[in-house]
Design a protein around this ligand. Sequence first.
Ligand code: MN
Length: 130
Amino acid sequence: MVSARKGKVLVVEDNVMNKILVKEILNLHGYEVIEAATGEEAVEMALSGKPDIVLMDVNLPGMDGVAATRAIKDTEGFEGMPVVAITASAMKGDEEKFMGSGFDGYIPKPVDVAVLLDSIERALRQRKPG
Ligand code: MN
């Protein structure tokens, strides 16, 4: 099986089943996947693993996804890293709230495969240089 490397995705998710599901979908569609299960781990992996994009669960034990995203983007050289929020809270107005929290996109749970792939591709296209 030959597929061009589309990019490296850091999947941050504390729920093991959700993480496996997202990882399988992304692998199937040609993305390389690295993982983190806590906010602290997410920051560490984002800085050391050099992903092209981060999929960030918002509800995490300890440091949550909003704080982890802020920590990543406050780091010199990582200001432009695309971070897309994944969250079960899908109330009206949430998208605006998350975009205002520094996220580059928003995927509601349960994760829809087409929405997931589209959100990643869109965030990668809009990525700022550097
Ligand atoms: Mn969670």
